[in-house]
Design a protein around this ligand. Structure first.
Ligand SMILES: Nc1ncnc2c1ncn2[C@@H]1O[C@H](COP(=O)(O)OP(=O)(O)OP(=O)(O)O)[C@@H](O)[C@H]1O
Ligand SMILES: [Mg+2]
Length: 262
C-alpha cells in the first residue's frame, strides 16, 4: 500500500472504521477510486458518509484502517497536508465567507495550494507578482466555468442557494485538486437547479478535474453523474457497482424505503 506507482488507484481505503463513544459511525469500509472516475457515495441520513470524508481528508483520525492517495499512505496526516497533495473536499456546511465577493472567495481558496511565504506577500518579487496574477486569472476562469461570471463582484451573502452551491465548488477547485470530494453539493436545490448543477459537474469533469467523489441525496443527480456508486447504511458498505446495478439492488431499496417508513 505504500508503493507509489503511476498506475496505483487514485484513492484506496482499507478497513476504515471510526467509533465515537458507543457509536460505530464507520465500520470496516473498503473501496477504491480510479483516475478519471466519478464515484458516488450514497446512503440514508446518519449512514456515515460525512464521517468517511472526514477520515479520508484528515479531519478525523481513523479508529482502524488505512487511506492511500496516489500510492502514498496519508492516514492520520493533517487536512492541510492532504489538500496540498491534491485531495480537496467541500463541506456539507458552507466554506464560503459571506461578506467577500464571489471572486474574492475563489481567490482565497487558491491560497490553500499556494506556496508563497507571508514575507513574500508583503515584499513581492517578480515571481511572486506573477503568481499573484496567475491566481487572479485562474480565479476568474473558475468563476466563469461555474456559470457565475455575471456574479463575479457580488458579495456571497446576496447569492441564491443554487449560486452558493456553485461557489462552494469553485472555492474547492481553486486549490487545484487531483481528486475533488463533494459533500452534498446540491443540498437545497430544486430539481431544475439540480439538473443544471449536474450539467456543470460534467463540464468540470471534462475541463478541470476528471476524478470526483460525490456524496449526494439527490438520486437522479448522483446516478446520472457517477460511473460507480457505493451505498452505506449504519456505517457499513451495503453495495457497490454501476448506478443501474445499485438502483435495482433489493437491499439498497429496502435501506431507503425502510428508513422512509420509520
Ligand atoms: N463528531 C461526532 N461525534 C459523535 N458522533 C458523530 C460525530 N460525527 C458523526 N457522528 C455520528 O456518526 C454517525 C454517522 O454520521 P455522518 O454525519 O457521517 O452521517 P451522514 O451519512 O453524513 O449523514 P447525512 O446524510 O445526514 O449527512 C451518526 O450517527 C452521527 O450522529
Ligand atoms: Mg453527511
Amino acid at each position: 500500500m505504500n508503493a507509489t506507482h503511476d498506475d496505483a488507484p487514485l484513492l484506496t481505503v482499507e478497513g476504515l472504521s471510526k467509533t465515537f463513544g458507543g457509536i460505530k459511525a464507520v465500520q470496516d469500509i473498503d473501496f477504491q477510486v480510479n483516475r478519471g472516475e466519478v464515484f458516488g457515495l450514497i446512503g440514508p441520513n446518519g449512514a456515515g458518509k460525512t464521517t468517511c470524508f472526514n477520515l479520508i481528508t484528515g479531519f478525523y483520525t481513523p479508529t482502524t484502517g488505512r487511506v492511500a492517495f496516489q500510492g502514498h499512505d496519508i492516514t492520520g496526516h493533517s487536512p492541510y497536508r492532504i489538500a496540498r497533495r491534491g485531495l480537496v473536499r467541500s463541506f456539507q456546511k458552507t466554506n464560503v465567507l459571506k461578506p467577500l465577493t464571489v471572486f474574492e472567495n475563489v481567490l482565497a481558496g487558491h491560497y490553500l495550494s499556494a506556496r508563497q511565504s507571508l514575507l513574500a506577500t508583503f515584499f513581492p518579487t517578480a515571481p511572486v507578482r506573477r503568481a499573484e496574477r496567475e491566481a487572479r486569472d485562474n480565479a476568474a476562469r473558475l468563476v466563469t466555468l461555474l456559470d457565475l461570471g455575471a456574479r463575479m463582484d457580488t458579495p456571497a451573502y446576496r447569492l441564491s442557494c443554487g449560486e452558493l452551491r456553485l461557489l462552494e465548488v469553485a472555492v474547492a477547485l481553486a486549490a487545484q485538486p487531483t481528486l475533488l470530494m463533494l459533500d452534498e453539493p446540491a443540498a437545497g436545490l430544486n430539481s431544475q437547479e439540480a439538473m443544471r448543477f449536474g450539467g456543470i459537474l460534467k463540464r468540470l469533469r471534462r475541463e478541470q478535474v476528471p476524478s470526483i467523489v460525490i456524496v449526494e441525496h439527490n438520486m437522479s443527480l448522483v446516478m446520472d453523474v457517477s460511473d460507480r456508486v457505493m451505498v452505506m447504511d449504519f456505517g457499513r458498505k451495503l453495495a457497490e457497482g454501476k448506478p443501474a446495478e445499485v438502483k435495482n439492488n433489493p437491499q439498497v431499496v429496502e435501506a431507503y424505503l425502510g428508513r422512509a417508513r420509520a
